[in-house]
Design a protein around this ligand. Structure first.
Ligand code: SF4
Length: 186
């Protein structure tokens, strides 16, 4: 499904309908007004997949990035966003990353991208889950799956708790997670 998403919905959607990988990126961007290249591409493609328009996507990133850089420095990032939307360079229609692609991401110490169920240190993941409002029992159910290397199952458990439902989806794509959530909430 493709629906109209406006910028003022993003903070709420990050809480209600984003998978954890995208919630982490959104939160880091709001806090630091910056993401490293891998995070910018992963999140920007997800926003494109959600149906956010090119002009809204540019406004969204500009509002954050220009808190720590000037308009001239932002121009390079604007080019990357337009490139991702197929408006520059080879004009390819780049698709949002699948979970498999995200799980295989190379991660450095300043990075927030990748799949948190795989890449996050256990105590940091637990803090994130606490920040999501999950209780100790819920956190331990997700942590166990994550520690066992069952990343998709951990993501599915996260979805079930967030949506107070049972769902036998093993998510293979963050935008499928998002679309399922939107359907569930309407
Ligand atoms: Fe994101 Fe996929 Fe990991 Fe879920 S399993 S957090 S959708 S990368």
């Amino acid at each position: 499904i493709q629906q109209y998403i406006s910028l003022d919905q993003l903070d709420k959607l990050a809480e209600t309908s984003y998978p954890l990988c995208m919630r982490v990126l959104h939160k880091a961007l709001r806090k630091n007004h910056h993401l490293t290249h891998g995070g910018r591409v992963q999140y920007c493609l997800f926003l494109k997949g959600m149906g956010l328009s090119l002009s809204d996507t540019i406004t969204f990133w500009k509002d954050e990035f220009t808190k720590i850089m000037d308009d001239t420095a932002f121009k390079e990032h604007k080019y990357t966003i337009r490139f991702i939307f197929g408006q520059e360079g080879s004009r390819r229609d780049y698709q949002p990353y699948t979970c498999l692609r995200i799980l295989e991401s190379t991660i450095g110490p300043r990075d927030y991208h990748g799949c948190p169920f795989k890449r996050m240190l256990h105590d940091i993941l637990e803090d994130e889950l606490t920040d999501c409002g999950f209780n100790a029992l819920e956190r331990s159910a997700i942590m166990k799956l994550s520690k066992d290397g069952q990343y998709s199952a951990a993501c599915n458990k996260y979805y079930e708790i967030k949506h107070d439902c049972f769902d036998d989806n093993l998510f293979k794509h963050p935008n499928i997670y998002f679309n399922e959530s939107m359907k569930h909430r309407t």
